[in-house]
Design a protein around this ligand. Structure first.
Ligand SMILES: [Mg+2]
Length: 283
């Protein structure tokens, strides 16, 4: 005599997926062959089929995680620094060391604060409550008002600065107030003296509510200077000396800085950055 369990086991083995198993068991076209209602064995088999379904999703989730950590994640993280050849070093001497100008807010960091007068949260709308800031600084705007800022670093900014400071002279050029920005840049620099040259709001042009940046304040020779800035207004008058970047607010998975590394590594070998950056099509 064939036991009910053996019958079901044979039935289950023929089915391709746990989904199909569950469907087949629940919607048995023969009805329940073991009495008038579902038996305990039948219920157990349905339970196992559903468990199989959960395990299938769990397995797929784990595979996805493994793939992302070994391939997708590393694709961003795995910029490989290769020492320049003798020919490359000669080329660098010929073309000269260039200057990379970096915007601060929404390019390297994002900050938010509570307005002391209105108690409104400024710049905090897209930041989860659980998010832990990298820095907390108090900024004294005037004698009677100190504003606490929460500062979030763009992911990989430390690695980015360490690498590009080997290739370029770095300059911070921000439209933010010096009382705030100088504190943030000091923290970003961390005593490494990569970001000693800085330009602030008082160095921007403001004809409307928008600030533009004057790259000739950094260098008169525009062949060797360019800016990375999330705001197109900033480089309105220097479009051929600009490398746009997506605005950063809060995204632990952001890899925009890492994506720029291969390009920045190559750009230092050109004689005139405008010959490359000027090819960008602007809309
Ligand atoms: Mg900005």
């Amino acid at each position: 005599m064939v036991s009910p369990l053996s019958t079901h086991s044979a039935h289950i083995e023929k089915l391709a997926s746990p989904d199909q198993m569950a469907y087949s068991l629940v919607h048995d076209p023969q009805g329940t062959p073991y009495g008038t209602g579902p038996t305990n064995t039948h219920r157990i088999l349905v339970l196992f089929a559903n468990l199989g379904n959960h395990f299938k999703h769990l397995f797929a989730h784990l595979l996805d995680k493994i793939y992302r950590s070994f391939f997708s994640g590393r694709a961003g993280d795995a910029y490989k620094e290769v020492p320049p050849s003798h020919a490359s070093l000669r080329r660098l001497q010929t073309v000269g060391r260039k200057t990379l100008v970096l915007d601060l807010d929404e390019t390297l960091v994002h900050s938010c604060y509570t307005d002391p007068e209105t108690q409104d949260q400024v710049g905090c709308g897209q930041i989860p409550e659980r998010a832990v800031p990298d820095y907390q600084i108090d900024v004294t705007i005037d004698a009677n008002s100190t504003i606490p800022f929460r500062v979030f670093k763009r992911p990989h900014v430390d690695k980015f600065l360490s690498l590009v400071s080997k290739w370029y002279d770095l300059v911070i050029y921000t439209a933010s107030l010096e009382v705030y920005a100088s504190k943030v840049v000091d923290l970003l620099d961390g005593g490494r003296e990569m970001l000693t040259r800085r330009l602030y709001r008082q160095h921007c042009h403001s004809t409307t509510a928008l600030f533009t940046k004057d790259l000739t304040l950094v260098s008169e020779d525009l062949r060797g200077v360019f800016i990375i800035d999330n705001s197109p207004n900033a480089y309105l008058y220097f479009p051929n000396n600009a490398l746009p970047i997506k605005s950063f607010i809060y995204d632990p998975d952001d890899k925009e800085l890492l994506k720029l590394l291969p390009f920045l590594d190559a750009l230092r070998f050109t004689k005139d950055v405008r010959s490359v950056l000027g090819r960008r099509v602007t809309s």
